[in-house]
Design a protein around this ligand. Structure first.
Ligand SMILES: Nc1nc2c(c(=O)[nH]1)N(C=O)[C@@H](CNc1ccc(C(=O)N[C@@H](CCC(=O)O)C(=O)O)cc1)CN2
Ligand SMILES: Nc1ncnc2c1ncn2[C@@H]1O[C@H](COP(=O)(O)OP(=O)(O)OP(=O)(O)O)[C@@H](O)[C@H]1O
Length: 209
């Protein structure tokens, strides 16, 4: 056997490394109790609402969380009560990217098992994201350089192309999911778009250079 042969010792490709990390983090997320997820949801709400960019915003895009993701229900409702227009991802045929306007908690419905909840109103096209002053995205992990690990569909990497250039992109993660880019960088591929900030239950942290 030579070291250069069939390479079972080679470094994993970024997509393989991502798949492994996703499996580990999803498993960890399943351990978190309902009570802790509930407490985290209130903290996410409070930290996001305190951001100056959010205080000045008239339109904010927020994902509608699935059960083990950082919970956005209280945040979405609080923005709505403030009179902020909230844009929520809508998946069209073939996971086509679009947006719906939040109209109240009863209007957010899971259309199929495992799918994120969606509002019932009109399907607004992908360019609608340009109306958002702040964009809150899901992440399984981020690193301090702003690299984001998502669910692996590439949905947000494609959607964010339509964002207003100066709209901050804010990821929500649990506390142990922020990594030091100097010692523990996330795998990054050329299409990966960075995020500007991460909110954990502990607070808000600026990312990037
Ligand atoms: N809450 C939330 N919304 C989001 C994202 C996300 O990560 N979280 N996305 C981030 O990119 C985009 C789309 N994400 C999707 C997530 C799952 C499926 C999906 O097809 N799920 C499977 C069930 C999987 C399961 O059981 O866990 C299915 O419907 O068959 C599609 C899109 C936009 N909206
Ligand atoms: N802008 C893009 N154009 C073409 N393909 C892309 C683009 N962004 C991502 N993809 C493809 O989508 C797949 C998943 O990408 P990636 O692993 O970066 O997803 P993710 O950012 O973790 O997921 P998500 O944004 O859905 O949470 C990859 O196969 C990638 O090649």
């Amino acid at each position: 056997m030579t070291p250069m042969s069939e390479g079972h010792l080679r470094a994993p490709e970024p997509d393989e490394a991502k798949a492994h990390l996703r499996a580990v983090i999803r498993r960890e997320r399943l351990q978190r109790s309902e009570r802790r997820r509930h407490e985290a949801a209130a903290a996410f709400r409070d930290h996001v609402l305190a951001l100056p960019a959010v205080q000045a915003a008239s339109c904010v895009s927020v994902y509608a969380s699935r059960p083990h993701e950082p919970s956005t229900g209280p945040l979405i409702e609080a923005l709505h009560v403030r009179g902020v227009r909230v844009l929520i991802p809508l998946l069209g045929d073939g996971l086509q990217r679009g947006w719906g306007v939040y109209r109240g908690v009863d209007d957010l419905v899971e259309r199929a098992p495992g799918r994120p909840p969606e509002p019932s109103g009109d399907f607004l096209g992908s360019v609608t994201l340009a109306e958002a002053d702040v964009i809150v995205v899901p992440a399984l992990a981020v690193d301090t350089s702003g690299t984001r690990l998502g669910q692996g569909g590439g949905w947000y990497d494609r959607a964010l192309v339509d964002a207003k250039p100066d709209a901050p992109v804010v990821a929500l993660t649990f506390s142990g999911e922020v990594r030091d880019a100097a010692t523990d960088p996330l795998p990054r591929e050329p299409h990966d778009l960075g995020v500007d900030m991460v909110i954990t239950p502990e607070g808000a942290f600026e990312l990037g250079a």
